[in-house]
Design a protein around this ligand. Structure first.
Ligand code: PLP
Length: 469
């Protein structure tokens, strides 16, 4: 057990360790090199009966745990999407842990509820969502999308599904490029996966509105009830942008819930020059983006906005006697704005980040990442051995090594080989995807400390290994 004095001592030591980690992170291989079972086999099968010294626990952290960590904050991180953090956010998170407040209702920490209300309004302004939309922090975009689909279900059934369960099938529409969290939400929100329509995309991987309309008409003709459309701003594979205006008009015409998943791309709306993708936003019913991806707020922190908070609250509200307080009529009790009762004080780190960088500081980071992606795209275009696989809408570049006269399988094998060799360098980490059945390497730029030299190093590694293949 740790006494007060040791807590202070180790607290200082751990902050020093994190500061050193930030400074020396490039000394680690980006992707962990351990094999399955390595970490488990280094740990005892049974818990310690007697208290252990923190020195020993910390030594094991460094020796056993760190080798099994993939370094998401490494400037050579180009895999998946980023989940960038920042010193301000880490310190905010530390204070949240220290306070240990469980922020289920206003009364259980008024500052947490009111700060959340204020920072979510700041965020709404920062990304240019319509006035009147209100936000709540969820753990992840997956949860936010589940909330959207549950609210859409109630909206479509006049809140009967909440009372008596689903009596008729409801259908949901999203593009074939949408994230798997939509499939998951459709499964668990009671729609049934057979009632999810996967709408074809155009050559830019964006949803085709005419195909959406056709699918809705088709279901109506079969006597089914369409309930919800999910559009994406920045799809996972290629950051495609679904056109909100025609999709919103279709939703309006058919009285459907319109949810927008901007988990990664939403952060780019900090920039005026990227706001165009939000045109039509006045037709959106709900919207999610992740400050924990590209806005320097350490995982987890997902911003969920709704046009009509009454529909959200009516979907989730509960009124057990033990949670009633005298303030309920005049405050936000966020327990009723989502699935869980207990809530972490996530607004604190977000507040720290926004204040510590200022809107301008955050804009500069996003602009720099967009510039680096354009630079990388230019290099790909100049090298005749490679081809671009999708438009570069944000800071993700999809590309691959070409080879004439061979099958798609052969090209996939060649690029898998290239990717593995590049990643084994330990200097960078990139991942892959499939775009309409064609293999593509993804170069996702978005780490706080990624500079031009890191992007250049990645490209040099790619070229060198490609030459050797
Ligand atoms: N939506 C999109 C477009 C994504 O790219 C991702 C993850 O990368 C998600 C949703 C899921 O995000 P989360 O991990 O916050 O649930």
């Amino acid at each position: 057990m740790m006494d007060q004095e040791n807590f202070r001592r180790y607290g200082h030591e751990f902050i020093d360790w994190i500061a050193d980690y930030f400074e020396k992170i490039e000394e680690y291989p980006v992707r962990s090199t351990v094999q399955p079972g390595d970490i488990k086999n280094s740990l005892p099968d049974n818990p310690p009966v007697n208290a252990e010294e923190m020195d020993k626990i910390f030594a094991d952290f460094k020796e056993i745990i760190i080798p099994g960590i993939t370094h998401w904050q490494h400037p050579g991180w180009f895999a998946y999407f980023p989940a960038n953090n920042s010193p301000a956010s880490v310190l905010g998170e530390l204070l949240t842990a220290g306070l240990g407040a469980q922020c289920m209702i206003w009364q259980t920490s008024p500052a947490a509820a009111e700060l959340e209300e204020v920072v979510m309004e700041w965020l709404r302004q920062m990304i240019g969502l319509p006035k009147g939309m209100v936000g709540v922090i969820q753990d992840t975009a997956s949860t936010a999308t589940l909330c959207a689909l549950l609210t859409a279900r109630e909206n479509a059934t006049d809140f009967a599904a909440n009372r008596v369960g689903m009596r008729q099938p409801l259908t949901v529409y999203t593009s074939e490029e949408a994230h798997s969290s939509i499939n998951k939400a459709v499964k668990i929100a009671g729609y049934g996966i057979d009632n999810l329509r996967s709408i074809p995309t155009d050559h830019n991987f964006a949803l085709i509105p005419e195909e959406l309309e056709k699918a809705i008409e088709n279901d109506l003709n079969k006597g089914l009830q369409p309930a919800c459309v999910v559009a994406t701003l920045g799809t996972t594979s290629s950051t495609a942008i679904d056109p909100l205006v025609p999709i919103g008009e279709i939703c309006h015409r058919h009285n459907l819930w319109f949810h927008v998943d901007a988990a990664f791309g939403g952060t780019a709306a900090l920039l005026d020059e990227k706001r165009g993708m939000l045109s039509g936003a006045e037709m959106i019913d709900s919207f999610v983006f992740n400050p924990h991806k590209w806005m320097l707020t350490n995982f987890d922190c997902s911003a969920y906005f709704v046009k009509n908070k009454e529909l959200l609250i009516r979907t989730f509200e509960i009124h057990p006697e033990y949670l009633k307080t005298g303030h309920d009529a005049v405050v936000n009790n966020y327990r009723d704005w989502g699935i869980q009762l207990g809530r972490r004080f996530r607004a604190l780190k977000l507040w720290f980040v926004i204040r510590s960088y200022g809107v301008q500081g955050l804009q500069e980071m996003v602009r720099e990442h967009l510039r680096l992606a354009e630079l990388f795209k230019g290099w790909v275009e100049e090298d005749s051995r490679f081809e671009l696989m999708a438009p570069v809408n944000f800071s993700l570049v999809c590309f691959r090594l070409k080879k004439a006269g061979v099958s798609e399988e052969e090209i996939a094998r060649l690029n898998t080989d290239l990717l593995e060799k590049v990643n084994c360098s330990g200097r960078v980490y990139l991942t892959h995807t499939s775009l309409k059945g064609r293999y593509a390497i993804r170069m996702a730029i978005g780490q706080r400390t990624t500079a031009e030299k890191h992007v250049r190093e990645a490209w040099e590694l790619i070229r060198r290994h490609a030459a050797a293949l």
